[in-house]
Design a protein around this ligand. Structure first.
Ligand code: AR6
Length: 204
């Protein structure tokens, strides 16, 4: 029941959508974005991103799902990495997962509210994860909604940070990645992304 890359549809911007787009169209980015609704552990792509914690030793949420699906070898490799700071990213093999790599990043804890520090850290998560992918020649990468679960970052704010960071990275490095997949798990996140994607990846 794995989902290969060719079954993950490309997100096509619709013309005449929103008036208040944030960026103009960049044709070089056409066909590079996907919105996928479902379990990230099923994606048969180069790399999936894990919303981990600083220990990198597993936890609940998407982290728990990834470790369960990958098997105990993943934890073993993670244990050799000596943790990860907030905003940083570390890459491992995918083991039992259909994805070749897992990129573990640690999102900010936003239960005390979102300030400049949290915004900067969330941006770093996306940026450092894409850099880790590119460095390892992983050309397709899927992101969960980092920090918006247990870590309490408001999804309405996180979606803008995620899309702005990916858009800016791809503007500069469009040759380094073939596909960035936003993997949403909750129907409310799917709606948020459908509403917000046209602002960052408009048709015209
Ligand atoms: N596939 C895709 N997305 C998922 C999946 C899945 N299988 N399962 C959950 N999500 P969270 P955080 C979504 O809490 O907020 C862990 O214990 C979920 O609906 O997993 O960054 C770590 O060890 C939500 O939209 O991550 C850390 O201690 C999103 O993934 C802490 O939680 C992120 O929710 C990290 O908290």
């Amino acid at each position: 029941d794995f989902v290969p890359l060719h079954d993950i549809s490309v997100w096509t911007p619709t013309a005449g959508g929103s008036e208040k787009t944030v960026y103009p169209r960049n044709k070089k980015l056409d066909n590079k974005i996907s919105l996928y609704s479902g379990d990230i552990t099923k994606l048969e792509i180069d790399a999936i991103v894990n919303a981990a914690n600083k220990t990198l030793l597993g936890g609940g949420g998407v982290d728990g799902a990834i470790h369960r699906a990958a098997g105990p070898m993943l934890k073993q490799e993670c244990a050799s990495l000596h943790g990860c700071e907030t905003g940083e990213a570390k890459i491992t093999c995918g083991y039992g997962l259909p994805a070749k790599y897992v990129i573990h990043t640690v999102g900010p804890i936003a239960q005390g509210g979102v300030g400049d520090e949290e915004k900067k850290a969330l941006r770093s998560c996306y940026k450092n994860s894409m850099n880790a992918a590119a460095k390892n020649n992983a050309r397709s990468v899927a992101f969960p909604c980092i920090s918006t679960g247990v870590y309490g970052y408001p999804p309405e704010q996180a979606v803008h940070k995620a899309l702005a960071t990916v858009r800016e990275y791809l503007d500069e490095h469009h040759d380094k990645l073939d596909r960035v997949i936003f993997c949403v798990f909750l129907p409310t996140d799917k709606e948020l992304y459908m509403k917000t994607l046209p602002l960052y990846f408009p048709a015209e």
